[in-house]
Structures are given as C-alpha cells and as structure tokens.
Ligand binder design. Structure first.
Ligand code: NI
Length: 142
C-alpha cells in the first residue's frame, strides 16, 4: 500500500491539556505525540463512521449463553443462517458444562450489523453480548 505523505498542522490547546496528552501518550507507550494523535483521530473516525447507517463496517459480536435454556441454540443458529452474507466467520467455545461463548466476525452495512447484533444480544438465554466495531480498513488513511 502506498504511504500517505505526512502533513503538518498546528493546533492550539490549553497547556494543561497538552501536558496530560503527553503523559497519557507515554503511559500508552507512544514514542511521539504525532503518532498518538493520529491514532486518536483514526479511532474517532471509526466511531463516527459506525453511526452512519450506510457505512461499510467490520467487527465482532461476542455472546455468552447457557445452552441448556430452551430454544436458545435454535434461535441463535437461525439468526446466523439468516445472515450468511454478513457473518464471515464464527468461533464457538464450550466454557463450562452450561455456558457457551460465541464470537462472530461480521462485515457489512452498519445499520444491518447493528440490527443483527441487537437481535442476538437480546435473544432469550443470552447472558451477555457485545458488538465491537472496527473499520474495514479501506476507508481509513494509514
Ligand atoms: Ni458450547
């Protein structure tokens, strides 16, 4: 991939805020302020884009459920079969005699993924669920 040329710009912020930014950057292991700020901008862009329903996003849906609860497995399997184009991969782990952990890797339009994630998370028997959204990488500058 071609590297995007760097651009310099100056920003005015309160001095104390800059000191806190530098302290946080050090804590997080950044060697320079520019890299820390660039990562913060990317993170903010990803967050902004997932609010836009038509944006293409990628992410993971993690759910924990008790497979002894009636119908839970049927519901979850049906939901996954209904979204073949969105679910790229699935991982199932048997946590203990009762609980299963499932991680679905998803890709598609933000609105569609959010709706599907919500249906999985609120399904009866699901104890905890979370959608983590990231970028597909294509629309995010290096
Ligand atoms: Ni299991």
């Amino acid at each position: 991939m071609k590297t995007d040329p760097l651009a310099r710009f100056s920003v005015s912020v309160p001095r104390k805020l800059l000191r806190e930014l530098d302290a946080m950057s050090r804590d997080k292991g950044y060697h320079n302020r520019s890299k820390a700020i660039a990562d913060m901008i990317r993170d903010y862009l990803v967050e902004h884009r997932q609010q836009l329903a038509h944006q293409e996003i990628a992410g993971t849906i993690t759910i924990v459920y008790d497979h002894h609860k009636p119908h839970v497995q049927e519901i979850l399997t049906r939901l996954q079969h209904d979204h073949l184009d969105t679910i790229v991969s699935a991982l199932h782990v048997h946590l203990d005699p009762h609980h299963c952990l499932e991680v679905l890797v998803v890709r598609g339009k933000a609105a569609k993924i959010k709706t599907m994630a919500h249906r999985l998370i609120v399904a009866r028997g699901v104890k905890h669920g979370k959608l983590t959204v990231t970028s597909t990488g294509k629309d995010l500058p290096g």
